[in-house]
Design a protein around this ligand. Sequence first.
Ligand code: ADP
Ligand code: MG
Length: 704
Amino acid sequence: MVQDIFETPIEFLKGVGPRKAEILQKELNIFNFGGLIHHYPFRYVDRSKFYKAREVNEAMPYIQLRGHITNLQIIGEKRGQRLTALFKDETGMIELVWFKSIPWVKKFIDAKTEYIIFGKPNEFNGRINIVHPEIEPVPLEFSTLNSQLSIFSPVYNTSEKMKAQFLDSRAIGKLQKTLIALLPPNIPESIPENLITDLKLMKGLDALINIHIPTSNDNLKKAEFRLKFEELFFLQLELLKLKVNRKEINKGVVFSKIGDFFNNFYKQKLPFDLTNAQKKVLKEIRADMGSGKQMNRLLQGDVGSGKTLVALMSLLIALDNGFQACLMAPTELLVAQHFATLNKMLDGLGIKIAMLTGSNKTKKRREILEQLINGEIHIVVGTHALIEESVQFKNLGLVVIDEQHRFGVEQRSKLWHKSDIFPHVMVMTATPIPRTLAMTLYGDLDTSVIDELPPGRTPVTTVHRFDSNRLRVFGFMKEQIKEGRQVYVVYPLIDESETLDYKDLMDGFESISRAFPMPEYHVSIVHGRMKADVRDFEMQRFVKGETHIMVATTVIEVGVDIPNASVMVIESAERFGLSQLHQLRGRVGRGAKQSYCILMTSFKLSADAKTRIETMVRTTDGFEIAEIDMQLRGPGDIAGTQQSGITNLRLADITKDTQILNLARKAAQNILEHDPHLTNPSNKCLEDYFKIKRRVGSKWERIS
Ligand code: ADP
Ligand code: MG
């Protein structure tokens, strides 16, 4: 809802003033009326529900009581001073305690008045008390409560600093009421009228009123729906508008032909047939890159579905059209692996490939930079180092980003600007991400999905074993090794500086070395604290089949591809996230032989850990796993989402509000299809939205 009144500085609201305004700005980022009205309650108290003093126990969340307050007593000296009082109803008494605002409370309370008090019961010295309860006199019209008044009392987020300035939840509620009374009834809608009619949405003003002062449960639900819709709608509209603009403005280099690089690779090098899904996706990519518009595409596919190959063949199309291409990955290890894969698969085709990471020596780096500018290098594989200003190309035509949700929109766009005409961009996710999250994080991209695994794969068998069964697991590993297979044993090392995790890893390595002695067995170890060359050496021994067991941390998580390895043992599996477990499991099952994933855990598991383990045992479908992962963790916790619009959502939750999200996206799509520039009078409010957003820039979320 965009209106001048919402841009009024917050200090001018009656009851605020400069001091409180400063606190509201600092603590809640509220700068103006708009900021306040969009500071929604985080929950509601059912005001029809009162507890009795006798029922109260310390396990209860916030509760509401009704009775008298007596026996006010100040205890202690100046600094350690506190005020205590007794709350009484006909069933018993509860102690109330204040450490702050003592004079004010003392003045406010009198013994004759009946109060409604609200707070969280605690246990202290074996007795129940409530610290800093909110108190208010029972209102006069209270008897009619159930008929007309709001029975849901809003509860707002506040902080200690705010409470010290008397800005508690109740005070915020009061400010909201003051503000709502000022709002003109004819306040313009922020979304087009026909959308409101078609979707039977609550009017914007009614929604704002009802979110703060719900007049019924039904109206509260409708208000929530309307406001959630609005949030998601504008998020989608922005993303889709970005897409429309880009398609119009960003000319792309036209890759008009398939040439020798691609054809020779296809005829001479490709060791297998492409899956239908790979063919379909390649077709989509080709069409996109030949269209004259810049490609911006998200490539999704489960672990092992052959995304790398699709990327590689797309790179060849760029080369065939006389352009350079680059492949960017989040870790040095993965970059090294891509580099090795490309070199192997493209050997003999006359393609010059370089690797650029942060650890390149200066001389080598300078050489690479030179050859990128003069065009000698066809393909460069690298980490973030590729984004740096100093990296310039002769004619960059395609950027492939192999990521694990690690590069934000900003970073991506830096790559585009490395060429006069924007290069085509393809982003690959390491494991699938849920559709709703993809829509929100990558909503401005077109999407291709590889929904099929290459043939001849036997699904990995996954089991859960407790630590106490380790000897039997060792026995099983021995059987597999006897049959010529190789085994990974992975330890959690979430943070390289975690000394304890590191010790677990080394202890594990020792006990495995004892259980699998030389010369019969050979064991490798790889972790992030090793020097890169030692790590490579160990890795290579395993790749060549010289060692039977690879003890490792999650450095092997992404990308590593060794088809003969058929057993993945994950230690302390309860400590890994779902997508990490799925990614680790994806390291096996790459050959035709039956593969196994063994999840080792201690006996005691949290409910979430149990769900994760059970999910892994039950399914190998990465898309399903991604959904469950998001349900468990929430979208905000999934790495990389900080940079997205998700953080601006106040009410909507993309894990739960899937339907509203779909509705919002469809609505935004529909509008832009008919009116891409929002020039239609009925869409004027939308144009206003973007206008104001441009004007206010980054401060936008404060007034939206
Ligand atoms: P991811 O999608 O996880 O990156 P990769 O690209 O690493 O998967 O591919 C996994 C394995 O499958 C690799 O060994 C690759 O060579 C192989 N592969 C890819 N496409 C096919 C195919 N069409 N038929 C058989 N194997 C394939
Ligand atoms: Mg991969």
